[in-house]
Design a protein around this ligand. Structure first.
Ligand SMILES: Cc1cc2nc3c(=O)[nH]c(=O)nc-3n(C[C@H](O)[C@H](O)[C@H](O)COP(=O)(O)OP(=O)(O)OC[C@H]3O[C@@H](n4cnc5c(N)ncnc54)[C@H](O)[C@@H]3O)c2cc1C
Length: 340
């Protein structure tokens, strides 16, 4: 077995969270991981630290303290202004070798996944990708990562016994944010950055930013499946009236009816809305993973035996093309809704 760059005898009993940021804003998943990391650290008596990279980003440390970090390691450099895999991997690698944390968590975002994979190879350690749960064994300090496998048929608990850091990526929306404590402070520790332009092979020619869809934060989710037959305009009308947003099952995305970023479920987004209205969706396990955190689930399906009904608080048996227009019509008569 290949040994990792540092082992459990050299590790420090601390959990590090990679604080992904862009344009002066921390990714919500980083804060979610801090909130979870705080719980874990309290349970085992460890410290919790954030790792922040960028250019003139140190102010973001206060946000990390509010969500539970005891320390924030800050690596600032003009060449870190925008994410490049070679620049960021190099600096994080140096930081890991210096700080030797036992656990290192990253968000399962496009950049977080990119970074995590490269770092795991360089550290010669393992990577538990897309975890849906995390805990630490207080007896031996081993991180236990919950990962669903074989198409969701099994829930695997993975332990990294000897290799360090114990790395995991966590999908946005899996852990709740918790309440920030704005009075909490901590230590900001500057990391010296050794980085030259030649170290970065990626050239950023242009940055294109679109209006990102973030279904993890929507209070009302109106999700459509095959039963909607591609009529997402209808669902958008309902979602707009309720101040929510539209999501979809994977087959409808695969068929090109709606953008991929709106896919809910195991291979899509995990949401935690107050209300999820599931229209023409059968209720496969892979989809349900994405709405199981909803406070209230309403399902509309023409098949009274549809599995989604077993999971729902309110079950409406009928044709979605008839029921949704009626709902919209009724909602338009409610003064607060029609003027929203
Ligand atoms: C590894 C793996 C990962 C996956 N990841 C995901 C994922 O992340 N997200 C996801 O969604 N799926 C995922 N899937 C696919 C998943 O298993 C299901 O196939 C999918 O969720 C089914 O989508 P659906 O409910 O839209 O379609 P169907 O299962 O075909 O259901 C359509 C439903 O619409 C109802 N219906 C039909 N007409 C009407 C009507 N007029 N009015 C009302 N109801 C009507 C039917 O009764 C039926 O229940 C994954 C599969 C695998 C193998």
């Amino acid at each position: 077995m290949v040994a990792s760059m540092y082992g459990k005898n050299e590790e420090k009993k601390t959990i590090w969270v990679y604080l992904e940021n862009d344009q002066g804003i921390l990714e919500r998943v980083s804060l979610e991981m801090l909130a979870k990391g705080r719980q874990l650290a309290n349970q085992v008596g460890w410290s919790l630290a954030g790792l922040l990279l960028g250019h003139q980003v140190s102010d973001l440390a206060n946000e990390a303290f509010a969500y539970g970090a005891d320390q924030v390691y800050v690596a600032e450099h003009p060449l870190l202004e925008y994410f490049t895999i070679d620049g960021y991997a190099r600096v994080v690698e140096q930081a890991l070798m210096e700080g030797v944390p036992s656990v290192f968590l990253l968000g399962a975002t496009p950049n977080g996944r990119d970074l995590a994979g490269r770092l795991a190879v360089r550290q010669r350690t393992g990577l538990n990708a897309d975890c849906t749960g995390l805990r630490i064994n207080p007896e031996n300090g081993v991180l236990i990562s919950e990962v669903s496998g074989f198409g969701g048929g099994v829930l695997a608990l993975i332990e990294m016994v000897n290799h360090r850091p114990q790395m995991a990526t966590v999908r946005p929306g899996v852990f709740s944010l918790g309440k920030p404590d704005r009075k909490k402070t901590g230590d900001v520790i500057a990391i010296p950055v050794e980085l030259a332009a030649d170290d970065i092979n990626t050239q950023i020619r242009e940055r294109v930013t679109g209006r990102a869809v973030d279904l993890t934060r929507t209070p009302v989710l109106v999700a459509g499946g095959r039963g909607v037959e591609g009529d997402f305009n209808l669902l958008t009308e309902l979602a707009d009236l309720l101040g929510g947003d539209v999501g979809a099952t994977r087959p409808t995305v695969d068929e090109g009816h709606i953008e991929r970023e709106r896919q809910i479920g195991q291979t899509g987004v995990v949401c935690s809305p107050k209300v999820a209205i599931c229209c023409g969706i059968s209720g496969a396990f892979h989809f349900l993973v994405g709405v199981e955190k909803a406070d209230l689930v309403i399902a509309i399906n023409s098949d009274p035996e549809a599995p989604i009904f077993e999971f729902s608080d309110y079950c409406i048996v009928g044709d979605v093309h008839q029921i949704v227009p009626k709902l919209i019509k009724a909602l338009r008569k409610v003064p607060e809704v029609s003027h929203a």
